[in-house]
Design a protein around this ligand. Structure first.
Ligand SMILES: [Ca+2]
Length: 106
């Protein structure tokens, strides 16, 4: 967790070789190194924020490929290869794979 000037970094995703396609437990606990690529963790996020303050994900539950809580008939976390507060597999996917030019993600 980087904290500077009162800000806390929930997620840092810079390396294309660091994967966010993780289990529910890993997203719950957090993963990675707080000094580089990481996910802070849902438990820590819960304590740091009021869930309702996350307006972009209001009324949506967090999903991972092994815990599908989105509003879609699909498993968005499985399809998008990362955990997030998906609604109907929306294009917002900051934990998705980082692709180099000319890569398709398949
Ligand atoms: Ca679903």
């Amino acid at each position: 967790m980087k904290s500077s000037g009162g800000r806390t970094l929930l997620q840092h995703h810079e390396s294309s070789s660091f994967y966010f396609n993780r289990t529910w437990q890993e997203y719950k606990d957090g993963f990675g190194s707080l000094t580089s690529d990481h996910w802070l963790g849902l438990d820590k996020l819960y304590y740091l924020t009021n869930r309702d303050s996350l307006t972009a994900v209001k009324n949506q539950y967090f999903s991972t490929y092994d815990n599908d809580n989105d509003n879609s008939s699909r498993n968005c976390a499985l399809d998008m290869r990362s955990g997030w507060w998906y609604n109907d597999c929306a294009p917002c996917n900051p934990n998705g794979e980082l692709l180099k030019p000319n890569e398709t993600g398949d």
